[in-house]
Write a new protein. Sequence first.
Length: 164
Amino acid sequence: MARKRKKKKGGMLTLILLIIPAGLIVLPTSILFGIGMIPTIVAYVVDRDPDKSAPITVGGLNFCGCMPFAIELWKHQHTIGAAAKIFADPLAWLVMYGAAAVGWGLYYGIPPLVAGLEITRAEKRVEVLKGKKVALVQEWGPDVAGDYFDESGGLSPGEEAEGA
């Protein structure tokens, strides 16, 4: 029996008491990441998988796309005006959202690529086994050919009667 997880009642309180004041202290950085990480929020909302692999993939690269601008913000002026200046630069948008687009590309591209590679690997393995079967038949005769098993891998009807 699966146990139901109990919701932590202090989660919202923790958000209010810690995260929001911290976000207000570093408001320019919060604004930068809040706007720059919109593709990650969208990925979280649209991903129906319980493991939420889309926001992990998109979010990691989206975060990497936002980070150079956060560092620039920290190095020079940590003001809302400096954050607005970053958002006025089209290159900043391209880098932040382009990195998220690469994350989406990986999310949609890697599974079919891996599946294709696994299919190719399995087909090669089947060819190798067929070659080994031919070599065994040549060496030991047709009795080794596998007439005892039908196409599905079960015993052939004649063999079932003999074994019973």
